[in-house]
Design a protein around this ligand. Structure first.
Ligand SMILES: [Zn+2]
Length: 85
């Protein structure tokens, strides 16, 4: 059975939300880090989402549209998060 990835961190930076998961596997399974291109013993998956106004439900919601999901080293994924200007 496939091991479930484990959500280990969720951070909101401005209008972006980042959900970081530990896959439990390394580059042997997922290939090199998306960001630096080097191999990783432990590959993480980061989903980026953006806050938007949903006119149907009349509230703010999160969407992955126009956002980037990446896999790689935890430090590399942390570096690509948007900074608040
Ligand atoms: Zn990396």
């Amino acid at each position: 059975m496939e091991k479930m990835s484990e959500l280990i961190e969720e951070v909101v930076i401005g209008d972006r939300r980042y959900r970081l998961s530990r896959t439990g596997y390394g580059s042997d399974r997922y290939g090199p880090c998306d960001i630096c291109g080097k191999r990783a013993d432990s590959v993480y998956y980061q989903r980026e989402e953006r806050l938007y106004w949903n006119p149907i439900f009349w509230r703010y919601s999160w969407t992955g549209e126009g956002c980037e999901d990446h896999m790689g080293h935890r430090e590399c994924l942390e570096k690509i998060r948007r900074k608040i200007k």
